[in-house]
Design a protein around this ligand. Structure first.
Ligand code: HEC
Ligand code: HEC
Ligand code: HEC
Ligand code: HEC
Length: 379
């Protein structure tokens, strides 16, 4: 076990409520009556978890063949209100059960054979490939690789992915006026946008050649721009766009939009207020003619590599009583996405490990790992 995981595990153990574990042990010591468990399942649980342990609809977890000790432990978290929220409250029903009944019904579900796959789905998930796929509707204007052919359309190739995400979100939530052709953006989820941004941003920028004799004339006006947009228009701050190599007409239009207060940008761009049209044209020429630096963005690690880290705990099958992690293979995809999102956002208690994990920073990572596990054959 590597140091990182060992450290985290220790923390997890320290922070996890001891009472849940004690109650889990108490439950496990009760005698198991599978027939009675089946009856309770039929009466109280099957409307949601099925008799075969398959969640009857999205976002209801499969329970079949799940690690028994995990089920006995996790059910306490509903009772203790540590796991709640919109979907957690459907589990209030377990509070009315006596310990012996809980033990039997959970023992019943754990004893069921692993579920067969209902449909063949792929576990493959690549941010870049998905981004390429999702960016097809953008290509007619922004170019297949994010380098547009037509003037006036911004380059997205070589732009910071984080900025592309921010800009797209700003169109979606209305803080930035959506050009009419951007209506397609409204249907994109955050994970979709992240994938598109990774795809475009990591493609090489191919700026258009400058048409003016001396593009450097505008440099004299850019002294104040440098501290944010970088010394030659390649910004180091991932939330500030690169201007180097950007389309000259687009730059011209945007600088004017700031000056004329058409594009909202609080105080930062006030100094643009003093520039005349011909000066702005020169600034645009200058930035457009600069060769942008390759963005420093490091893409999140490939999903299968990430899954190896999860498996350190999740493949134990209940053999380590201090690390009662559930099986993830074949679990419902939507349920996995929601569970991981609430861990990340801190709304689901009892798992210090998942809350802290910066690896789940991207919605696309959560979507990717859920796709990966849900497509595996349950064991
Ligand atoms: C109304 C629908 C509904 C009923 C009835 C129901 N559940 Fe659930 N159950 C859910 C949902 C939804 C979740 C996921 C909650 C969440 O997001 O935390 C869940 C989660 C669970 C979990 C946690 C699984 C995991 O992988 O972490 C267990 C264990 C469980 N249910 C057992 C039961 C048992 C036993 C019964 C019957 C006594 C039962 N449930 C009845 C909807 C239901
Ligand atoms: C019909 C042409 C068209 C299509 C299709 C289109 N865009 Fe755009 N996009 C533009 C234009 C033009 C602008 C400049 C908008 C302005 O002037 O405010 C722009 C601006 C942007 C910006 C802001 C760039 C910056 O530097 O601030 C982002 C991000 C963006 N588009 C993403 C997308 C994505 C993602 C798609 C596909 C889902 C897409 N666009 C599809 C024409 C298009
Ligand atoms: C204090 C920091 C700061 C300074 C100084 C600054 N900018 Fe910006 N600029 C930003 C940020 C942040 C954005 C992105 C705004 C957004 O998200 O909509 C931006 C956006 C832009 C854009 C739009 C780019 C695009 O892709 O849509 C242009 C053009 C621009 N700035 C030009 C300039 C020029 C020219 C100067 C100097 C005269 C300047 N900026 C000075 C922070 C700054
Ligand atoms: C240090 C051990 C450890 C690591 C590493 C770990 N987990 Fe977990 N995970 C757990 C434990 C323990 C639980 C049960 C938490 C509880 O009791 O509520 C859990 C619960 C979960 C659940 C909830 C499942 C359910 O049925 O409700 C999901 C989803 C999950 N982990 C996904 C992941 C993913 C994805 C990774 C890798 C990015 C990961 N975990 C890495 C220990 C770990």
């Amino acid at each position: 076990m590597n140091k990182y995981v060992a450290g985290i595990s220790l923390l997890l153990v320290l922070l996890a409520g001891c009472s849940d574990k004690q109650e889990q042990k108490n439950l496990q010591q009760l005698p198991l009556d599978l027939a009675s468990g089946k009856e309770i399942a039929l009466k109280s649980c099957s409307s949601c978890h099925g008799m075969d342990g398959r969640g009857v609809k999205d976002n209801i977890p499969n329970l079949a063949a799940q690690v028994e000790a995990y089920l006995l432990k996790v059910v306490q978290t509903y009772d203790h209100g540590k796991r709640s929220g919109s979907s957690g409250s459907s589990m209030d029903i377990t509070k009315d059960l006596k310990p012996a009944q809980l033990r039997n019904v959970l023992g019943y579900y754990a004893s069921l054979p692993p579920l067969k796959k209902l449909e063949e789905t792929s576990s493959a998930y690549s941010y870049f490939d998905r981004g390429e796929q999702l960016s097809k509707p953008c290509a007619s204007c922004h170019g297949i690789d994010g380098n547009p052919k037509e003037a006036g359309v911004p380059h997205l190739a070589g732009q910071h992915p984080q900025y592309i995400v921010k800009a797209t979100r700003a169109y979606q939530d209305g803080t930035r006026t959506m050009p009419t052709m951007h209506e397609k953006l409204t249907n994109l989820s955050l994970a979709d946008i992240e994938n598109i941004a990774i795809y475009f941003g990591m493609n090489k920028a191919k700026p258009h050649a400058s048409k003016v004799a001396n593009p450097y004339e505008g440099k004299q006006f850019t002294y104040n721009c440098n501290k944010c947009h970088g010394s030659m228009g390649s910004s180091e701050d991932v939330s500030i766009p690169n201007l180097a190599g950007q389309d000259v007409e687009y730059l011209n239009k945007m600088i004017k939009a700031y000056r004329d207060k058409v594009r909202e940008h609080s105080t930062m761009h006030q100094l643009i207020g003093e520039f005349k049209d011909n000066e702005i044209a020169k600034i645009a020429e200058y930035f457009a003619s600069e060769q942008p630096m390759q963005v420093s963005f490091v893409p999140p690690e490939p999903i299968p590599t990430l899954a190896q880290k999860c498996d350190i705990c999740h493949n134990l099958g209940g053999t380590n009583p201090e690390m009662l992690a559930p099986k993830l293979k074949g679990q419902n995809r939507t349920y996995l996405i929601n569970a991981l999102s609430v861990y990340r956002d801190g709304d689901r208690g009892n798992s210090a490990m998942h809350r802290m994990s910066s690896i789940l920073y991207f919605d696309a990572t959560i979507e990717g790992i859920a796709t990966y596990y849900s497509a595996q054959v349950a064991e």
